[in-house]
Design a binder for this molecule. Structure first.
Ligand code: ADP
Length: 356
């Protein structure tokens, strides 16, 4: 089957560069916007300050002149002939000083506000940039995964079309191989749909029995477990949680399917639960291949598959199951975590709010 790592990286690079330039220009625009607001306030403030101060100065000088005139009149002194000119010169000089000081003040504000605005704009846009980068990575990964079965189908059909003596058996083989790829596409688009639909909709959370959820999930994977002769050990309690029945069943189906998928034949899977204050804690433990410590931090990421699941006898999957499980746990304000040792098995722990 043809693979497209080059295409995937290419899409990622283009998206990354686009996002980068988009956010650089958005940061500059937002900075300019902030600076404009600060400078408009500063200029209005400076003009008002200038007006008030120069009026005050004029009034102050007027009072001084009045006092001097009164003194000279009462002492029968001749007032200085160019006294008004001196007064005007002094007023001009003071206004010039005031103007210069206000210009310096505004330049300083311009410099400081540019600096602070740039930092603020970057901080404001950072989470949006991160979300957009994650979205771009997801689109690139999803299109890569969707392309892989399509490429396989295309190349098989092209080869068959070139074969002028295609027998009925070969045509049937081709069709059934195409059908397999269609199944993969279908399960991938279902998983993508699930990821999209388990978003923040807490309206459907009601009182539900955990036991019922686990029994429902078990019924869905029973055939798969029987095929591998896997047995179950359950220690279930009568606990009620606040949740959505369909999505919680989906969460346990994902965990049980993985436990079966990554376990050897005739092994055991155990499901147990306990009450911890206002939480229900559920454990799903298997005796399977386990997960390497270096993979553990990533297995809940979308499209992440540990190396062992990509190996020769690789299990089917797209690395979306645990991402969906985590999304469902988040939707319930719950949590999901894992402890695992390669060769010894994995233990998934789910915590959900009890219904009070
Ligand atoms: P998928 O199983 O489709 O690859 P998941 O998101 O369900 O995707 O799981 C991500 C990865 O985590 C798997 O590829 C596998 O490497 C690892 N994993 C999940 N569950 C188990 C398990 N019970 N035992 C061992 N590895 C597991």
């Amino acid at each position: 089957m043809q693979n497209w790592p080059g295409l995937k990286n290419w899409i990622k690079t283009i998206n990354f560069n686009k996002t980068l330039s988009l956010f650089s220009s958005a940061t500059i625009k937002l900075t300019l916007f902030y600076v404009l607001i600060v400078m408009a306030i500063s200029v209005i403030f400076s003009v008002s300050l200038y007006d008030i101060s120069s009026n005050e100065l004029e009034r102050g000088l007027g009072r001084q002149v009045g006092i001097i005139r009164n003194i000279s009149r009462s002492n029968s002194l001749q007032p200085m002939p160019d006294f008004n000119q001196i007064q005007l010169d002094q007023l001009d000089e003071s206004n010039r000083h005031l103007k210069m000081n206000l210009v310096y003040f505004n330049l300083l504000i311009l410099f400081l506000s540019s600096l602070v605005s740039y930092i603020l704009a970057k901080k404001t846009l950072e989470p949006i940039e991160e979300a957009m980068n994650a979205q771009n990575r997801f689109t690139a990964d999803a299109s890569h995964e969707l392309r892989t079965p399509l490429t396989a189908m295309r190349s098989e059909i092209e080869v068959a079309l070139r074969n002028k003596n295609l027998s009925k058996d070969e045509a049937k083989k081709l069709l059934s191989s195409n059908l397999e790829e269609i199944d993969k596409l279908e399960s991938l688009s279902n998983a993508l749909l699930k990821l999209a639909c388990y978003q923040d909709d807490k309206n459907t959370l009601t009182k539900i029995s955990l036991e019922e959820i686990i029994v429902n999930a078990y019924e869905k994977i029973e055939t798969l477990a029987n095929q591998k002769d896997i047995s179950f050990e359950n220690e279930l309690l009568d606990l009620k949680v606040k949740g959505d029945k369909a999505s919680l069943t989906e969460l346990f189906v994902i965990l049980l399917e993985n436990a079966i998928k990554y376990s050897p034949k005739s092994s055991k899977i155990s499901i147990s639960m306990k009450k911890d204050r206002d939480k229900a804690v559920i454990f799903v433990q298997d005796q399977g291949i386990g997960i390497k410590a270096s993979d553990l931090p990533h297995i809940f990421n979308r499209f992440y598959r540990a190396d062992n699941s990509r190996s020769k006898e690789k299990a089917e999957g797209y690395g979306l199951g645990l991402a969906i499980a985590k999304q469902i746990a988040n939707l319930h304000d719950g949590s999901i975590s894992v402890e695992s040792k390669p060769g010894q098995g994995s233990k998934f722990t789910i915590k959900l709010d009890l219904f009070n």
